[in-house]
Design a protein around this ligand. Structure first.
Ligand SMILES: Cc1ncc(COP(=O)(O)O)c(C=O)c1O
Length: 409
């Protein structure tokens, strides 16, 4: 008989998560997740689903009826939008400012779309004039972009893109996973047709739920591809006239029906994650959008000032820096991974490494959600300074925490 090792009772260490996400969730989100499970058609549960739709209209600054959760990490929201909007052969224009722009291309290519990119040097954002030129030359169905690309810490301005999409009748999608709730995002005002997000950054929850919102026009485009599953199809259900969506799980036409008045079954809603998403939105709206964004800006600026006071150099164009994460060059002669490891081992603090062309060159330090707080900023600066001194980095000592405190004062 095989004996199975039980391992120990789960007891993860206490960490202060100051990377580019995930972050420590708000305590109230933990409480929400631990609430009792109920059935997916219990009127209490469907009531919570309706509440979540209303709460996320507030978070997204939108009147969009079609506002809901996709069950999965932020990437599932991206994939759901792209596979539901884009048919094979459809044209999509993607400005790439970092790793997650490449992810949009990768998904769009798998869908069979014809992808045209505008590649921007990491650390910069894409000018609207370039987008206009490419829209005119290429005539895309969809413009897809990332707002805050955590890989470079840059925040792509969206307002002008939205105006161009209006002018040229192009659908406009943005991945706001890393920027939502820490930076301004006005879905209706900026003419966005589809936006997807995640909880694990400025919304202050765990990863595993992807809030999304779709304009009426975008919902209509997707519903033209509607195909109701044979096992649940009734006489009154009408399939759309357009080509079927090439994913079942990410079929937003079916997901809209599940969240709609008929509650037509699709997947089993991830109850505990819905509780988490609901609490994240409540926390955001209770504190107030402007207040939360300004708290992120203050924490991000204080962190940046502290790092500069240490003599460290910041990465990227400061005019477009996301409020909630900063890239900082690893000082010369210092092993970046060793410093991160020592921070984790000695202080229980996690900061981020980086990808692609920036790997080994910068660290990324986040101040998001529950961790966009003065104590978290000061503790991280103090700890990083101590580790850098131990690693014989040539930095200015004794100034970082004071600079951040003065900024807060
Ligand atoms: C901008 C952006 N998009 C998408 C993702 C992917 O999110 P997930 O890992 O939750 O699928 C991330 C994660 O860091 C992100 O920063």
């Amino acid at each position: 008989m095989t004996t199975h090792t039980l391992f120990e009772t789960l007891n993860p260490p206490q960490r202060l998560l100051m990377g580019p996400g995930p972050i420590n969730a708000y305590p109230r989100v933990h409480q929400a997740i631990s609430q009792s499970l109920i059935g997916q058609y219990d009127p209490v549960m469907t009531g919570y689903m309706t509440q979540v739709q209303s709460l996320y209209r507030g978070v997204f600054h939108t009147e969009n009826q079609q506002t809901m959760l996709v069950d999965g990490t932020a990437r599932s929201g991206i994939e759901a939008v792209l596979v539901s909007v884009l048919k094979p052969g459809d044209k999509v224009l993607i400005p790439i400012i970092g790793r997650f722009g490449h992810l949009l291309c990768e998904i769009a290519e798998r869908v069979g779309a014809v992808v045209r990119t505008i590649e921007i040097e990491w650390g910069e954002v894409c000018p609207a004039e370039l987008v206009e030129k490419e829209i005119k030359a290429f005539g895309p169905k969809l413009l897809a972009t990332v707002q805050g690309d955590t890989s470079t810490t840059m925040n792509q301005p969206l307002k002008e893109f939205g105006e161009l999409c209006q002018k040229y009748d192009v659908l406009f999608y943005c991945d706001a996973t890393a920027s939502i709730a820490g930076n301004e995002l006005k879905v209706d005002e900026w003419h966005l047709d589809a936006v997807s997000a995640g909880l694990q950054k400025c919304l202050g929850g765990p990863s595993g739920s992807a809030p999304i919102t779709l304009s009426d026009h975008c919902a209509e485009v997707i519903n033209r591809r509607k195909h109701v599953e044979a096992g649940i199809k009734a006489d009154h259900h009408q399939n759309g006239s357009d080509e079927i969506i090439r994913s079942n799980y990410f079929d937003l036409a079916m997901i809209m029906d599940y969240w709609g008045p008929e509650r037509l079954n699709h997947h089993t809603e991830a109850t505990s994650m819905l509780y988490a998403a609901r609490e994240c939105a409540r926390l955001f709206l209770e504190e107030g959008a402007d207040e939360v964004i300004s708290r992120h800006k203050t924490a991000g600026d204080a962190m940046a000032r502290g790092l500069q006071a240490m003599g460290l150099e910041l990465f990227g164009n400061p005019n477009y820096k996301m409020n909630n994460v900063v890239g900082v060059y690893i000082p010369q002669q210092v092993d970046g991974d060793k410093v991160r490891q020592e921070l984790l081992n000695s202080f229980g603090i996690e900061i981020g490494t980086s990808f692609g062309p920036l790997h080994g060159k910068i660290w990324r330090i986040g101040t998001m959600g529950y961790n966009a707080r003065q104590e978290a900023v000061l503790t991280t600066l103090a700890a990083l300074e101590a580790i850098l001194v131990r690693n014989k980095a040539k930095i200015i000592q004794g100034q970082a925490v004071i600079a951040a405190m003065e900024y807060y004062a």
